[in-house]
Design a protein around this ligand. Structure first.
Ligand code: NAD
Ligand code: UDP
Length: 312
């Protein structure tokens, strides 16, 4: 049994991680400011005496005695992180400084939820951890990309300077139940549009690519990374099956038996053209690769959204 702090624990990935770690017998502190997370995601855990929910913003200091910290707090959808970009930078940078200070004092191990966005609009394909990236420092995605890059810098500097025990996960597009209805990312947008027989909105011509990892596979990877020894990362975590966004839209229309038509809208600036993780390092160091194929994962996600829509 470990005392584990999960920041962003009421969010999409965080709530799955809370559930899994509570079920494994750990003592969980779930800390969240509820910007994009929801009590509904963790409501079933609230009466469990191994689970504690705290409303707190990680840009402020937080004190507790813990063994491990998963730092997931940060809006992940472009719509949400661009809503208040200054706050996004504060969450990534001031937030990780506070969490690293806590880790240093408690001698806790800390995992940072970093992102494929540290590679920006990548010029190599697929992306491996050696690649330094192609990030625009002054664009509309920079608050997120540069915030996460600076958080990685701080993780490494606390590790080198203060010997803090760190793990850096570079998470690629992840999807599954408990994504927010207003999330705005491609998986939830397309599923909701298809279920309502509304037009499916492709930004650009749909030739840009992404690869989608089901949330259970991602949670397994994060736990393996946290429990690994003599390995700090950064390590890419994601599914190495690439889709164009147009192919992905057609797949979702097929799986939902929808009458939706595809419509095209302008591509937002700095939207990465091609993204695919090279997961060789995760295979080698964590003996991990995704197990859930895209159709199985999408069907579970579609069922979740169907049920949520029935309750509205
Ligand atoms: P999410 O938006 O569902 O969850 C983020 C959670 O953090 C929410 O509950 C939100 O309320 C909380 N939060 C935001 N700012 C906070 C603050 N200042 N203080 C306290 N809580 C705060 O997003 P998610 O998809 O679950 O992503 C979780 C983490 O994984 C994020 O750090 C994200 O950058 C990273 N990540 C996710 C993906 C993905 O595809 N889902 C990809 C790459 C990286
Ligand atoms: N996208 C789209 N339609 C939508 C939402 C997103 O075509 O309704 C595109 C978006 O422009 C990007 C890809 O889908 O090229 C993935 O977008 P998402 O916001 O999910 O995450 P990103 O990987 O860009 O952070």
């Amino acid at each position: 049994m470990k005392r584990i702090l999960i920041t962003g624990g009421a969010g999409f990935i965080g709530s799955h991680l809370c559930e899994r770690l509570v079920n494994e017998g750990n003592d969980i502190i779930c800390l969240d400011n509820f910007f994009t997370g929801s009590k509904d995601n963790i409501r079933h855990l609230i009466n469990n005496n191994r689970f504690e929910l705290i409303r707190h913003d990680i840009i402020k200091e937080y004190f507790a005695e813990v063994d491990m910290i998963y730092n997931l707090a940060c809006p992940a959808s472009p719509v949400h992180y661009q809503y208040n970009p200054i706050k996004t930078v504060k969450t990534s940078v001031m937030g990780i400084i506070n969490m690293l200070g806590l880790a240093k004092r408690c001698k806790a191990r800390i995992l940072q939820a970093s992102t494929s966005e540290v590679y920006g609009d990548p010029k190599i394909h697929p992306q491996n951890e050696e690649y330094k990236g192609n990030v625009n420092p002054i664009g509309i995605r920079s608050c997120y990309d540069e915030g996460k890059r600076c958080a990685e810098t701080l993780m490494m500097d606390y590790h080198r300077q203060n010997n803090v025990d760190i793990k850096i996960a570079r998470i690629f597009n992840t999807y599954g139940p408990k994504m927010a209805l207003n999330d705005g990312r491609v998986v939830s947008n397309f599923i909701l549009q298809a279920l309502k027989n509304e037009p499916v909105t492709i930004y650009g011509d749909g030739s840009q690519t992404r690869a989608f990892c089901y949330v259970d596979d991602m949670v397994e990877a994060l736990i393996r990374l946290m429990n690994s020894e003599n390995f700090t990362g950064p390590v890419n975590l994601g599914n190495p099956h690439e889709f164009t966004i147009l192919e992905f839209a057609k797949l979702i229309i097929k799986l939902t038996n929808s009458n939706s038509k595809i419509v095209f809208a302008p591509l937002p600036s700095d939207d990465p053209i091609q993204r695919l993780p090279d997961i060789s390092l995760a295979k080698e160091k964590l003996a991990w690769e995704p197990k859930i194929d895209i159709e199985t994962g999408l069907i579970k996600t579609i069922q979740y959204f169907e049920n949520v829509l029935k309750t509205l």
